[in-house]
Ligand binder design. Structure first.
Ligand code: DNO
Length: 404
């Protein structure tokens, strides 16, 4: 039994079209109503409209089915007041509950979301040139420190870094042009596609200040509070929640991080025990930490694995990494896929309805004709097509070899 092959589509403005996606061989669409302000209810009407757009090609007369379905919502963003545990969080939670109910009503049964404070996924470089000329997303710790310590000038930031790294960052900062500094700032806080809102330096500092008194224990409690309120609703609506890990899985800007390790995962899954309280195995996010045993995590928590983001990263040992080809880098993709397929087998034996787990190739390199085109960083068509093709081939090889 194969995983469900899905593809992230950023909606009608995505340069990658639904026809492209179909031709890439995907059957499931992963998307969100990005236009709805964070926290507001996703109405049945809006959800249905988007669903029809995904499933039907209205340029044909009569309209034709595209052969695609909306498999996963990624993401319904969690309002900051919920993360901060503010007194009005219940009001935002009610809206979130309503969005989940509506998703279930229109027939979208998986929701990916995250609980990262202030920033969503974070990179310092969106076009690192690799030796073959491809462009990759990267997180360079020295550049991150440049921004945190020398541009944002966050109070006490130096305490978070080793002397030697601070020195490197100071040298780098001095050698950078204004343009380079601007691009760095933009990459880090202006918001990557599908992420939270973008900020100016002043707005960003204000946001960070709000978290002054929230340590990771408190933050975990805020997550547990949210889960206890939404999972029963998700169960009722038949919507499987899949929390996405922190990307990268280390504390940034002194902010709390609670979805970075297996221990975090165990805490949050146990805070409300239900298959609807599940997670996204993002191998590229969890995989940045050498102490995360990806295969073991799938084996131990597989029954709550509700979505898979497959990609790989290459670490440099000093906290930096770049995104590697899907079958290269530090992630043992062979054993990751084998573990997911084994989980599907277990579900099959247990007569679970949801034995097929949706997966998508995550973050491709920018290659060939996409170089020089306007694309969503990490989501250009050809790089993802290559990634998807590699993963699909590996999956078939594992399946047919009979090793699982
Ligand atoms: C980046 C993505 C993230 C992810 C959210 C999930 O490519 O993995 O933006 O969608 O963090 O909530």
């Amino acid at each position: 039994m194969k995983m469900i092959q899905t593809w992230r589509w950023y909606g009608p403005n995505d340069p990658v079209t639904l026809t492209d996606i179909r031709q890439a061989g995907a059957v499931g669409i992963v998307t969100a109503l990005h236009e709805i302000p964070i926290g507001e209810v996703w109405t049945v009407e809006e959800l249905e409209k988007r669903k029809r757009m995904i499933e039907w090609d209205y340029s044909k007369n009569p309209p034709r089915r595209r052969g695609l379905h909306w498999s996963v919502i990624e993401s319904i963003p969690v309002h900051e007041d919920i993360k901060l545990g503010k007194p009005n969080r219940d009001m935002w939670i009610e809206k979130y509950q309503q969005s989940i109910k509506n998703a279930g009503w229109v027939g979208v049964h998986n929701v990916c979301y995250n609980f990262m404070p202030v920033v969503d996924w974070t990179r310092t470089n969106l076009e690192l040139e690799l030796e073959d000329g491809a462009r990759a997303l990267a997180f360079d710790m020295v550049e991150f420190i440049v921004f945190d310590v020398y541009m944002l000038k966050r109070k006490g930031a130096e305490k978070n870094y080793a002397e030697e790294m601070l020195e490197k960052a100071r040298e780098r900062f001095e050698s950078m042009s204004d343009e380079q500094r601007y691009v760095l700032q933009k990459n880090i806080i202006a918001g990557l596609p599908g992420g939270q809102e973008g900020y100016s330096i002043e707005q960003f500092q204000k946001k960070l200040d709000e978290y002054k008194y929230i340590d990771s224990t408190k933050y975990r409690e805020n997550l547990a509070y949210f889960l206890k309120a939404i999972i029963p609703v998700a169960e009722e609506a038949g919507v499987k929640m899949a929390i996405h890990p922190d990307d990268p899985p280390i504390p940034l800007f002194g902010l709390p991080r609670v979805v970075s390790t297996e221990e975090d995962l165990s805490y949050l899954l146990n805070s409300y025990d239900s298959n609807f309280n599940g997670f996204t195995m993002c191998t590229g996010s969890f995989g940045v930490r050498p102490d995360n045993d990806l295969v073991g995590m799938i084996e131990r928590y597989g029954e709550k694995l509700n979505f898979a983001h497959l990609r790989s990263t290459q670490r440099d040992g000093n906290g930096s990494f770049h995104e590697a080809g899907h079958l290269r880098g530090d992630v043992d993709m062979f054993n990751v896929i084998a573990a997911i397929l084994r989980e599907q087998k277990r579900r099959h034996s247990a007569h679970r309805q949801d034995e097929q787990i949706p997966m998508r190739a995550d973050h491709g390199h920018t290659i060939l004709d996409d170089l020089g085109k306007k694309t969503n960083p990490g989501y250009s068509a050809i790089g993802l097509l290559r990634g998807m093709a590699e993963l699909r081939g590996l999956e078939m090889g594992i399946e047919k070899s009979g090793i699982i």
